[in-house]
Design a protein around this ligand. Structure first.
Ligand code: GLN
Length: 274
């Protein structure tokens, strides 16, 4: 009998080519196959036999499918979000926006999240700010249903409106109120950019690519937002680490000044516009 311990060693080396986090991935997939948490497995599961399901999960990861899609969930800011290939997998980098938003918004903020995807940004803020309320829009119907499911799971559905809308369509914002915080992680990758196979083959292109220079959605969005803000309202945008100057410039054309926030790797990651 192959034990969990031995299978984990083997799987971790088999995943070296497909993943930067091979050992962790193997553990997460094994825990899933065993129906245990990872810590439970590491504490009590090492000498068990390997469930047949593990080979199927491992094969998917070898084909570069992200662990989050295989498991159907991803942790973000300490909470679990359901995900599927209709939504971008929430990234640790985007937690920078949550921190910046929490430091700069009133407790009862009305929040708009543009391109909400899984709802990670909006729903985290609603969970952290029990008096806040918000709207999340997405142009993908699949994303709308994932975000709505996450709102219910996190117990914030009564304060979250999840809507199907596309900021590149005429009249999309006509029925929306004004907001104290408009937050967005729009697509910002250059259309020709080389991405890891796990991203390129599995994550939604509509959430990633934004024209030849990656700036198309900033150009179309930013000028539309001024009459959607309350008088002291702010805009918080995720950016690619090399885009701070260009996006600040685009925001400047609409009269905003920009404050830069860096991620844990100290790279530029978000701009706060006032
Ligand atoms: N950070 C993402 C990536 O490069 C891009 C997210 C986005 O375009 N909004 O994988």
């Amino acid at each position: 009998m192959t034990t969990v311990s031995a299978a984990l060693r083997e799987a971790a080396s088999a995943l070296e080519g497909a993943s930067d986090t091979a050992r962790l991935d193997a553990e997460l997939l094994m825990a899933e196959a065993l129906g245990m948490s990872r810590s439970e497995m590491l504490l009590t599961g090492r000498d068990r036999g390997v469930p047949p399901e593990f080979a199927r999960l491992l094969d998917r990861r070898k084909q570069h499918e992200p662990v989050a899609y295989i498991l159907g969930r991803q942790e973000f800011y300490g909470r679990e979000f359901l995900v599927n290939p209709q939504v971008l997998i929430p990234r640790g980098d985007s937690e920078t926006l949550v921190d910046a938003a929490l430091r700069n918004s009133p407790p009862a903020a009305r929040i708009l999240d543009l391109g909400t995807g899984s709802g990670a940004l909006l729903l985290t803020l609603l969970a952290e700010l029990p008096k806040a309320s918000g709207t999340g829009i997405d142009a993908s119907l699949g994303a709308v249903s994932v975000a709505a499911a996450n709102a219910a799971r996190l117990g914030v559905a009564d304060r979250a409106h999840i809507l199907h809308a596309d900021w590149n369509a005429e009249g999309w914002s006509e029925n929306l109120d004004r907001f104290d915080l408009i937050i967005a992680n729009p697509p910002y990758v250059e259309t020709g950019a080389e991405l890891a196979p796990s991203v390129r083959q599995f994550e939604p292109a509509s959430a990633l690519f934004a024209g030849a220079d990656g700036l198309d959605d900033y150009r179309s969005l930013i000028p539309q937002l001024s009459n959607m803000l309350t008088p002291n309202g702010i805009i918080l945008l995720e950016i690619g680490y090399a885009q701070a100057d260009q996006v600040s410039q685009i925001a400047g054309l609409s009269g905003y000044s920009a404050e830069l926030f860096r991620d844990l790797a100290h790279r530029p990651r978000a701009l706060l516009l006032r």
